[in-house]
Design a protein. Structure first.
Length: 689
């Protein structure tokens, strides 16, 4: 008997690994499709059992169903394979996975539609919704979430409209996948290959060494720069070669608008129209109205109020910040010099050096990744009493990935934490948190603990240096770690309500809250040691970090607000959207712009958050959550940044509760009042005068 006949698909067997972790080392490409198809079959089988149950529908036989016959190895196969496949598509994809995703997308969308349009299943859910007995607040939340999911997905529509909605959702699913694949291909297709050492003028040693390593990996002479952030950002900030900065900038900002198969212009236009059609079919005027019904903001007017309030508060300062940059550039280059977008980071760096004698490269030696990891883990220990222990026996999906066991203060097992730090060819840009297993408690009281993962694109180690991060990268680590804490500290009954399963404009609060620590002296003192000498980061350097914290902060705020305006402009459309994307984009965010706009670049076609991610009609969430995180951190500034009592309150009232109640109720239990914008304005040094 050959090996293929005896081998079993690991997705369809008990994992039998430490903490039931995913056996990445046993999974092969062929396992995915087989597990997806079997998962769909099992899903349908379970739904048939619920639908054909002769007993009266109840919360426990319809909404919260557990099959005890499957024993301790019970799992949702479709969810199990989906979470792994989704991670691979983002963090370690290849042509085979991309092709399989294209094949599976309509099948999975159809299955989702089959479930949501199952009339008998909805009738049982509706019966429970209309006739349930006494429920706990968490049970009530789950019931409302389940019922609303059916209604918001078309369960009350007639058959003709259900078919139309099914068609629309399938098309959206395919287009979002195509959007992401196009963007990844365009991003990876461009490189700047330099063979003349003189063209490296101005670049720090870390950037030069990393570019040499990239060239060597590609079997090229010289130096290779890419559009990945750790390569792109230093080049734009330090290179004295203006023509090359322009080339890099234009390569990045014209992705997916070229006349080729990766063009996303028509895809974006279609996605806007498809989502509007879906919303109107469900009885909403716009897609934004549909989305905001289940957000803290509540409606379009409240979103625009936030964005306009921020424009009023920050734009005058942002204009002054840009004027200061222009003045600095003219002093250096002459009175006729015109500041272009590819000049912004370069002269911002020069001005920051002039004002504060500080730049990212000065800080790198103190931000060795291994020490930053110790610092971030130590922060979690100081706040919540939890500890991390690397375990190399836990399988990972790439050698770069580290796996840790996480333990609570009493020594009990809390979670598995994975960290994937460096860019590579099969990996999307940016940073994100994901889960391989969500936390939940069954009716026997058994608490299934979560397996969470953070994926980032940090500066890689070289032959002569360990991975040395910028302050911005440290902030990114803290941000994604904040998301992971939301997952790891979860303690709810139902997986669909645990951890980060909260309203979208609340999900960024725990992550952005953690960013506050990046410039706190007491925190920096715990890990920021020079990688060669072991010297602690000097007080003078920390003082300069604090002084420069709000450097160009208003400009950065206007940039985020402009993205929010663009998002809302697309998803408040109530008629067919026929305008050309590029001029529409420029008009949509003009109110927040403080620099001259170019007509030959486009953000929309690479704006994954609102086109292919979960932020359509929700990008304002970052600023909404920033108000919350500043307000929350003001409690720690008052009581002590490591104050365990305040941290315990945050854990008990917010982080452990997931989406079990309205987020404002949870937040007010922690804070004692609703948040105000004042803490954010104070943190940023902005006044409304």
């Amino acid at each position: 008997m050959n090996n293929s006949e005896t081998r079993k698909n690991p997705f369809m067997e008990p994992y039998e690994t430490l903490h039931n972790t995913t056996p990445f080392n046993k999974i092969i490409f062929e396992d995915y499709e087989e597990a997806f198809m079997e998962g769909i079959r099992r899903d349908n089988e379970e739904i048939d059992k619920i639908v054909n149950n002769p007993e009266e529908p109840t919360f426990y036989n319809t909404i919260s169903v557990e099959d005890k016959s499957k024993g301790p190895h019970y799992y949702d196969l479709l969810d199990r394979v989906s979470t792994v496949f989704s991670c691979m598509m983002s963090a370690e994809t290849n042509d085979d996975l991309e092709a399989l995703a294209q094949k599976l997308s309509p099948i999975l969308t159809q299955h989702g539609n089959d479930v949501i349009f199952n009339k008998k299943l909805f009738e049982r859910v509706k019966h429970v919704y209309d006739h349930h007995g006494e429920l706990t607040p968490e049970e009530q939340t789950l019931l409302e979430k389940e019922y609303d999911a059916f209604v918001r997905s078309g369960a009350l529509l007639d058959e003709e409209d259900k078919d139309k909605l099914r068609q629309l959702t399938e098309e959206v699913s395919m287009l979002t996948l195509q959007f992401s694949q196009n963007l990844l291909k365009e991003n990876k297709a461009y490189t700047l290959h330099i063979t003349d050492k003189a063209l490296l003028d101005g670049l720090p040693d870390t950037a030069i060494e990393a570019a040499a390593q990239t060239a060597a990996e590609r079997k090229l002479e010289g130096w290779v720069f890419t559009l990945d952030y750790p390569s792109y950002s230093p080049f734009m900030s330090y290179s004295t070669q203006r023509a090359l900065r322009e080339q890099m900038y234009m390569a990045r900002n014209t992705e997916c608008i070229h006349d080729n198969t990766e063009n996303n212009l028509k895809i974006c236009q279609k996605l806007v129209n498809l989502r509007r059609e879906m919303a109107q079919l469900l009885g909403y005027q716009t897609y934004a109205d549909y989305v905001l019904k289940h957000r803290m903001a509540g409606n379009v007017d409240n979103v625009y109020k936030l964005l306009n309030d921020l424009i009023d508060a920050y734009k005058p300062t942002a204009v002054k910040e840009v004027e200061a940059l222009e003045e600095k550039a003219r002093k250096m280059e002459g009175a006729d010099f015109k500041l272009e977008p590819w000049d912004f980071s370069f002269y911002a760096h020069k001005l920051q050096m002039e004002r504060y004698n500080l730049d990212a490269e000065m800080l790198r030696p103190y931000f060795q990744l291994d020490k930053v990891i110790d610092g971030v883990f130590g922060l979690a220990g100081k706040l919540y009493g939890i500890s991390f222990k690397e375990n190399k026996d836990i399988p990972v999906y790439h050698p770069d990935v580290k796996a840790y066991e996480v333990f609570d203060e009493d020594g009990s097992f809390l979670a598995v934490f994975y960290a994937d730090f460096y860019p590579r060819d099969g990996k999307q840009g940016g940073a994100w948190m994901t889960e391989f297993q969500g936390q939940h408690i069954n009716r026997k009281g058994e608490n299934t603990r979560p397996h969470v993962s953070v994926v980032m694109n940090f500066t890689k180690p070289t032959e002569t240096k360990p991975a040395l991060l910028t302050l911005s990268e440290v902030e990114t680590f803290l941000h994604e770690f904040g998301h992971s804490l939301h997952g790891m500290l979860a303690n709810t009954r139902f997986e669909s309500l645990s951890g980060t399963n909260v309203w979208w404009d609340f999900v960024e609060m725990p992550s952005q809250f953690m960013e506050n620590y990046s410039t706190e002296k007491e925190f920096l003192r715990t890990f920021a040691f020079h990688y060669q000498t072991g010297e602690s980061i000097p007080d003078d350097l920390i003082d300069r970090i604090l002084q420069s914290r709000n450097f160009n902060v208003a400009y950065a705020c206007m940039r985020q607000v402009s993205f929010g305006l663009l998002d809302m402009a697309y998803y408040t459309q109530d008629k067919e959207f026929t305008e050309d994307i590029i001029p529409f984009e420029k008009k949509a965010w003009a109110k927040a712009m403080v620099t001259e706009q170019r007509t030959d670049t486009c953000m929309t076609v690479q704006f994954s958050h609102i086109m292919a991610g979960g932020y359509a009609a929700g990008y304002y969430s970052y600023k909404w959550a920033e108000v919350l995180d500043a307000d929350a951190f003001s409690m720690f500034k008052k009581n002590g940044i490591f104050d365990k009592k305040t941290a315990q309150s945050l854990r008990d009232n917010v982080l452990s509760k997931g989406g079990t109640e309205n987020p404002m109720i949870l937040y007010k239990r922690f804070r004692g009042q609703e948040p105000t914008i004042e803490a954010l304005l104070e943190r940023n040094g902005i006044s409304k005068s």
